[in-house]
Design a protein around this ligand. Sequence first.
Ligand code: CTP
Ligand code: MG
Length: 240
Amino acid sequence: MCIRRVAAVIVAAGSGTRLGANKPKALVELGGRCLLDRALAGVRAAGVDHVVVTVSADMRDDAAVVALGSQPGVCVIEGGAERADSAWRGVQLAYELLGCPGEGEATIVVHDAARCLTPPAMIERVIDAVAAGARGVIPALPVVDTIKVVDGAEQVVGAPQRAMLRAAQTPQGFDAATLVRANRQWQQSQGAGDAAVVTDDASLLELIGVPVQVVEGAAEALKITNPIDMVVAEFYLSRG
Ligand code: CTP
Ligand code: MG
């Protein structure tokens, strides 16, 4: 397996509306450390060379953000209005930090700060699958519910076979040049007004027909979204 340089983008610029804390979600503390700090530690433990963190304007002066921005190899920049905008800003800087590599030369992983307890071993699984030749990799878990497709009137119009469904997590890993190319094409379609709605990074590759491989996710990589998720995360922390 060839040694490829690896950069990570941690998107942390969201407000955390559903969590409803009195501060941006990435700065909420879990067991005495903020979610962003924990997410960054996980990525660093997986041996990533460069980390770009996207935060909102009102987070920039926070002591925790200033402290992590002063760590070697960590750059803090401002994100955008939607997750995809934040990710694209981060990916552009990560790509530059990697020296604008060609296809097959470097890896970028994109991670949600909200998945703050993601095991480093899972992050390594994603990085290793890219190094082994996959241009897009997602960690994912089987779903437990039956998922229905509905129309605008809440009428069920379909139910995909559950055995074929996976819940996608982060970090998602990519060949760096391929991710940049996929993002550029999506930006162009946005300019033309016919962009698809994307809620994860791998969707950008899917839109241009690049295969995306699944590796095993982890329950601990849950995305802190609603208040109940903090309780679950505290349980995982207490288990060590
Ligand atoms: N995110 C981001 N920039 C945005 C929106 C989201 O960087 N404009 C990040 C969040 O900080 C989070 C990740 O994307 O780490 C996943 O988003 P989500 O869980 O939806 O977080 P929020 O958008 O902050 O939460 P909510 O939707 O409840 O407001
Ligand atoms: Mg959101």
